[in-house]
Design a protein around this ligand. Structure first.
Ligand SMILES: O=C(O)c1cc(=O)[nH]c(=O)n1[C@@H]1O[C@H](COP(=O)(O)O)[C@@H](O)[C@H]1O
Length: 279
């Protein structure tokens, strides 16, 4: 039985630093890397990412849509990427942003979090906007298999605010209600719980009380979407030590040379380590 995701993440960040590298094979990146825009190009892109990041970077986050776009051959590339990154010692956070009615959510949970499933990762991204409770089948299965979930709270895109900062009947923002539900799940777990949240590095003043979360805060928007180290400090303040910044294009643009990609990722990682934080 593997250790819980929260414990494994804490170890990974202490060994390899607080960075999540996104593997987002945009068609334009395949072209920039001199690859064909098909499943063969995708496979070569994935192999280069494994060579560059696997075992070096704490968390690797493949974005599923860019693989799904190539159908079954793309999914096969994703399966192999997940397996190879995990075998090399990196944690894999599969970015699928799933959220569905509870009975269907159970099927998604089986696909991404069950022991032996071909697409099982160490953690997945989930959307709670069908109600946080609809995610229970995934949270329960993740707990049973030592895996994790990262739930969207305040996303990095400007459109998210109209829903996520809206107020619930009791006056809290919807995002705060997500934070509070995640905090309940993580309560009392050491070193941290296995339910993380997404709070974009681009969101400015969060208006959130994250002090009871006891879980990781994935911060995409760092890099290509404009947020830098200064934004992390401003946005997260005292919660910074729980923040795991995520960057995709700003690192991937250094390809196709695997050594150049690794150097770029480690440079970003070191700038984050210098902030003195880590889950
Ligand atoms: O869940 C995510 O990963 C995510 C949440 C969010 O609020 N914003 C966000 O950009 N992401 C993902 O993070 C990655 C950001 O990519 P870059 O902008 O290239 O660094 C993409 O795969 C997005 O889908």
């Amino acid at each position: 039985m593997r250790a819980p995701f929260g414990a494994r993440l804490t170890t990974a960040v202490s060994l390899r630093g607080p960075l999540c590298v996104g593997v987002d094979p945009h068609p334009s990146l395949l072209t920039d890397w001199g690859l064909t825009e098909d499943a063969d190009g995708l496979a070569r892109f994935a192999d280069t990412c494994v060579e560059a990041f696997a075992g070096e970077i704490a968390v690797i986050k493949p974005q599923s849509a860019f693989f799904e776009a190539y159908g079954s051959r793309g999914i096969a590339v994703l399966e192999r990427l997940i397996a190879e990154c995990r075998a090399a010692g990196s944690l894999v956070l599969l970015d699928v942003k799933r959220g569905d009615v509870g009975s269907t959510m159970a099927a998604y949970a089986q696909a991404y979090l069950a022991e032996g499933s071909p697409l099982a990762a160490d953690a997945v991204t989930l959307s709670p906007y069908l109600g946080f409770g609809s995610l229970d089948p995934a949270l329960d299965l993740a707990e049973r298999t030592g895996r994790g979930v990262i739930v969207l709270a305040l996303t990095s895109n400007p459109e998210g605010a109209s829903v996520q900062r809206a107020r619930t009947g009791d006056g809290r923002s919807i995002a705060q209600s997500i934070v509070d539900s995640a905090s309940e799940r993580n309560h009392g777990v050491s070193p941290i719980g296995s339910v993380g949240l997404v709070v974009g590095a681009t969101v400015g003043e969060t208006g959130l009380d994250l002090s009871k979360l006891n879980g990781t805060i994935l911060a995409p928007g760092f890099g290509a979407q404009g947020a830098g180290v200064g934004d992390l400090v401003r946005v997260f303040g005292d919660s910074l030590r729980h923040v795991l910044p995520a960057s995709s294009r700003d690192i991937l643009r250094h390809g196709p040379d695997a050594a150049a990609l690794r150097t770029a990722a480690l440079r970003v990682r070191d700038s984050l380590t210098a902030l003195g934080h880590g889950v």
